[in-house]
Design a binder for this molecule. Structure first.
Ligand SMILES: [Zn+2]
Length: 408
């Protein structure tokens, strides 16, 4: 067992089966709704909370009393001045708990520990330990969590939930999806959740990036936007009407596998000709290898391009064209207010972005495309883990939001 402090009462998982359970659950959902009103308006008086929430004064009073008792909010002591009693401001206690977010990539792992207000307490980044099977994954995740706690300055607020972002298909928890029974993500969730006795949410990395952007990044200003995850593979996370899009079974956004790639190249998924065979880190490495270029990774290839190496520039040109086709497909399908490009390959955007944008103009209906909507995320590799942590925050503050609740 672990000696890391945790608290298990904050992340709501609606699973009431009896009427009595349902009424307890309803009260918790109302309480957390108020907690979010306080978070968004802190400091705020009880009267204002009533106005903002639409709950009557006695309800607000008893629910806020409970939040004070739970140590989730603070309230100033009442003061009486010459003009009478002043309203007492209530504010959120961000340090009442913390949330973990970990992006478990093929090659690297990035973790963050956030407080309840979303402030970063500590971060961790390392090469991903080579693992096989759920148990080995969980051992590594446990190490990452210990490192995050160790790296924090001062006492760590008890951890109330763990969000994990992983590449590949993550089935949503849905009775119509029996695949969940065999899913290794289900096993990881079970093992971690049992070990720490707190909820664990696992979701696809591109979707976690979109959630991260919605909470902390460029997506904050939009209700409809997408994040293009340009790393070793090519993924896509979409937010529509303020909610992450999952699809019927949780597999939405696999843009890397649309069949517009190199017909003779084998994709990581086992099929031929996916666009990811060209428009991704995997694609760039493959083309460099086949061209006999002496590079160990994508960064080397772009460095060669900066030195005007003809072959490297040809590869980058082919990559840019495919990437533009993928982006054009997204614009034609979704008309996003913003398309944010993130992932490790986005770090070398100076070598291809202008070119990609001019090709996107060519491939997209003129009235749909507005190149100013395409940008590179400023959050770099933190977007995924911040999104994973935000998926926990989301469940604390928007517990009646069923979309996230259905995630495994
Ligand atoms: Zn594929």
């Amino acid at each position: 067992m672990t000696n890391i402090p945790t608290r298990s009462d904050l992340v709501l998982i609606p699973n009431a089966s009896t009427p009595a359970d349902r009424s307890i659950e309803k009260r918790r959902i109302r309480k957390h709704f108020l907690l979010n009103v306080i978070r968004e308006n802190s400091p705020v008086s009880r009267a204002e909370i009533s106005k903002l929430s639409g709950y009557n004064a006695p309800s607000v009073s008893s629910l806020v009393d409970e939040l004070v008792e739970d140590n989730l909010v603070w309230e100033e002591t009442a003061r009486t001045t010459a003009r009478g009693r002043r309203p007492v401001p209530v504010q959120i206690n961000g340090r009442a708990a913390s949330v973990v977010g970990i992006d478990l990539g093929w090659s690297s792992t990035v973790g963050v520990l956030l407080d309840l207000e979303g402030n970063v307490i500590s971060t961790f980044e390392a090469d991903t330990s080579k693992f096989k099977g759920a148990k080995a994954n969980v051992r590594w995740l446990r190490e990452v969590i210990a490192e995050l706690v160790y790296a924090s300055d001062g006492p760590v607020p008890p951890i109330c939930g763990i969000g994990i972002s992983i590449p590949g298909l993550v089935p949503r928890r849905n009775p119509e999806t029996p695949i969940i029974l065999k899913s290794p993500t289900g096993e990881i969730r079970e093992l971690l959740s049992n070990e720490y006795n707190i909820p664990v949410i696992i979701d696809n990395d591109s979707r976690m990036m979109a959630i991260g952007s919605l909470w902390f990044g460029e997506g904050r200003n939009h209700k409809n936007f997408g994040v293009l995850n340009l790393g070793y593979g090519l993924g896509f996370g979409m937010v529509m009407n303020g909610k992450p899009v999952r699809g019927a079974r949780g597999f939405a956004g696999e843009i890397g596998h649309i069949p517009f790639g190199d017909a003779h190249a084998k994709c990581g998924c086992g099929r031929m000709g996916c666009i990811q065979t060209v428009a991704s880190g995997e694609g760039l490495e493959r083309m460099a290898r086949e061209g006999g270029l002496d590079v160990t990774d994508v960064k080397d290839l772009f460095d060669l391009g900066r030195k005007k190496n003809k072959q490297a520039l040809e590869i980058i040109d082919k990559f840019s064209d495919s990437l533009a086709r993928a982006i054009s497909t997204i614009f034609n399908l979704y008309d996003p207010a913003a398309l944010i490009i993130s992932g490790r390959v986005a770090r070398s955007a100076d070598m291809y972005l202008d070119d990609v944008i001019s090709r996107v103009r060519k491939y997209t209906l003129p009235s749909i495309i507005d190149p100013s909507r395409i940008s590179i995320s400023q959050m770099d590799v933190r977007l995924g883990p911040m999104g994973a942590a935000a998926s926990i925050l989301h469940r604390i503050y928007y517990s009646s939001h069923v979309e996230v609740d259905k995630v495994i």
